[in-house]
Design a protein around this ligand. Sequence first.
Ligand code: FES
Length: 121
Amino acid sequence: MASFEPDNPARPPAGVWLCALGEIADPGGKSFRFRDGARMFAGFVIRQGEEARGYVDSCPHAGWPLAPMDDRYLTRDGHHILCAGHGALFRLDGMCVSGPCEGDHLHDWTVEVRDGEVFTA
Ligand code: FES
C-alpha cells in the first residue's frame, strides 16, 4: 500500500524529532523511513535556508520513490525536486512543473523547525 495513505500506521505522529537542520545541505534534502511491522512510511525533507518542507517520498505520477539514492532529491542547480522515475520536476513547494504529473502536487508531510531542529508537525 502506498506510504501516503493517512492511515499508514508507520507514519510518525506529530512531535517526532527528525534531525538537526544543519544535517541537511542548503539547499538539499534528506530521506527518512519509519517502520511499523510490515508497513513502511518514507518521507523526505527539503531545506532552503532556515526553512524545511516535508513530503511523502511517493511521486504523484506512478507512486515511485523520487530519489535514486538517499538524500538526492534536488536538481544540480538546487532549484527543483527531481523524480528519477520519469523525470518530473517539482518546485521546492511541491508543485510539479514539468513531466507526466505536471500540475499535481507532492503529498505533504508536515514538518517544522524549532531551535534549529526538525520535527514532524
Ligand atoms: S514516477 Fe515520478 S515521474 Fe513517473
